[in-house]
Design a protein around this ligand. Structure first.
Ligand code: 0O2
Length: 221
């Protein structure tokens, strides 16, 4: 009887994790469609690249322990919202909000929460736009709404966050004060670069538009 119970539990856990993988597959397809469509119509895409990840069982267990959550599948589903994660990297800050609104316009997605760490960065300098969305997943015998965390950031924000993440773990989460200050300075430098790139991007767009207008004038005269 115990073996039967263990087998049943294994099936339940496998189905549970698969559900997150399917949700992630769906969101990835949605984002890929947006990327290709935008590229085809505008000869440019606000999405540079995407990366998805499923939280490892070990990391889920750590979070359960840290947040004092019961080890049961319904409790995990209710409390751990980033089992499925998609990171979208954009070239420019304005692209981040374009992608946000394109996702908000998708009827089958429910937006549960938006955390804008760009307008309100974390004290360490972390910037990103986090969206918690729910997507319907259709399986052979049931339908479930599954949560996916989408992080949208620029290339510069991503560069900073990956280094900070490495340093944070290297120092076992207690980073020396001096290094924290340097990381904050690096975050400010990344932010300055993002704004400079955005200005250049706008200038280039304006030049292109005025060239098109000039060509129109020439053709009509
Ligand atoms: P990993 O390894 O990327 O999965 P919670 O998720 O409940 O612990 P909260 O405040 O609800 O906490 O989540 P929040 O602020 O939305 O951030 C969750 C994720 O954002 C993190 O996941 C990181 O990926 C990223 N993040 C948030 N703050 C920082 C930061 O200061 N530096 C870096 N590099 N990344 C950050 P995990 O599970 O912590 O890590």
């Amino acid at each position: 009887a115990q073996l039967e119970q263990l087998k049943k539990l294994k099936t339940e856990i496998t189905r549970f994790l698969m559900m997150y993988k399917f949700a992630l597959d769906e969101i990835e397809t949605k984002v890929e469609i947006l990327k290709e469509e935008f590229q085809a119509l505008h000869d440019y895409s606000p999405i540079e690249h995407t990366k998805s990840r499923l939280k490892s069982p070990e990391s889920i267990m750590k979070k359960l322990y840290r947040k004092n959550i019961n080890i049961s599948l319904p409790d995990i589903k209710e409390n751990i919202k980033d089992i499925a994660g998609l990171r979208i990297t954009c070239s420019f800050i304005s692209d981040i909000y374009k992608v946000q609104s394109m996702l908000e316009n998708q009827d089958d997605l429910t937006i549960l929460e938006i955390k804008d760490y760009i307008r309100s960065p974390k004290p360490n300098g972390y910037k990103s736009l986090h969206m918690l969305v729910e997507v319907p997943v259709f399986m052979s015998d049931r339908q479930e709404r599954v949560c996916v965390e989408i992080q949208i950031r620029t290339i510069a924000m991503d560069f900073w966050a990956s280094l900070e993440h490495k340093i944070f773990y290297k120092y076992n989460q207690s980073v020396p004060e001096q290094l924290l200050q340097e990381l904050k300075d690096a975050a400010d430098a990344a932010d300055e670069l993002d704004h400079k790139m955005e200005r250049l991007h706008t200038d280039i767009k304006e030049i292109k538009e005025s060239q098109v207008l000039d060509m129109g004038d020439e053709l009509s005269s």
